[in-house]
Design a protein around this ligand. Structure first.
Ligand code: ADP
Length: 243
């Protein structure tokens, strides 16, 4: 017996969505570049108070990350991982520092919903990665752990290392993910429900970044209890197998 599916319309829908995402991201770039330019100009002023300088610095940092994310969405919507790989210039990065910075940046989101965020881990845990990328990964995972949590819930981030690989885990007390959905959460545009706003690209981009670093990402989850996302990065340069 022969079973055939016509996937033409599905492919067309996916392509149309790709094009839409690509053009929206592209259009966002111009105004964002202008915002960053003016923030830099403002920071050049001599008579800023320390507090205002800190606010502007934070806004500039967030804007720069947003620009990097837009670049990734463009890459991911063109369905190629090679561009992320080509842009990887790895060096040794302190994993715990990355996690702490991400927690600090997302603290207002956590506080709004009275979610307790804790960090534990090895002081000397290194990830061998392109600067900025581990932060983007942790921001995405922590962002989801907060977004899909319940008010008054908790998020635990942990860093461990065996010197060869460094593992970052993000555990939440959120809605969890049905077993059938777990294998799809890293697919582009996949969203388990429409209850919470999102575009279904965050985890796809996160997986692209992790794979481009020869790392691994996985999820374990129990509906109604919570989820754990585990990311493993190499702790030093990978030995290339000759040939
Ligand atoms: P978005 O968050 O924009 O929807 P993501 O790619 O980050 O896109 O996540 C895809 C889907 O995976 C989410 O819509 C949600 O259904 C599920 N998901 C991701 N992280 C979690 C989490 N921590 N808890 C529960 N569900 C999650």
């Amino acid at each position: 017996m022969l079973v055939a599916w016509d996937v033409t319309s599905e492919q067309e829908a996916l392509r149309a969505r790709d094009n839409l995402v690509a053009s929206v991201s592209h259009e966002l770039r111009t105004p964002l570049t202008s915002v960053l330019g003016y923030l830099e100009l403002a920071l050049d002023e001599d008579d800023l108070s320390e507090r205002v300088r800190r606010y502007l610095d934070t806004a500039l940092g967030s804007g720069e990350r947003l620009l990097a994310i837009i670049a990734d969405i463009l890459i991911s919507s063109r369905r190629s991982r090679t561009s992320v790989e080509a842009a990887v210039h790895p060096r040794e990065i302190d994993a715990l520092e990355v996690v702490r910075e991400s927690v600090l940046a997302l603290r207002p989101l956590a506080d709004d919903r009275v979610i307790k965020v804790t960090v534990s881990g090895a002081e000397r845990a290194v990830v061998f990665a392109d600067p900025g990328r581990p932060r983007q990964v942790v921001d995405n995972l922590l962002g989801n752990a907060l977004k899909f949590n319940r008010d008054g819930g908790a998020v635990e981030l942990a860093v461990t290392t065996d010197g060869r690989e460094t593992t970052i885990t993000v555990r939440d007390t959120g809605v969890g993910i049905e077993p059938a959905d777990q294998e799809h959460v890293f697919d582009r545009f996949f969203r388990a429900s429409e209850d919470v706003a999102g575009n279904g690209l965050g985890l796809a981009i996160t997986q692209d970044i992790v794979k481009a670093h020869e790392g691994r990402i996985s999820v374990a989850s129990e509906p109604g209890i919570g989820s754990i996302f585990t990311v493993v990065f190499p702790a030093h340069a990978q030995k290339r197998v000759p040939g």
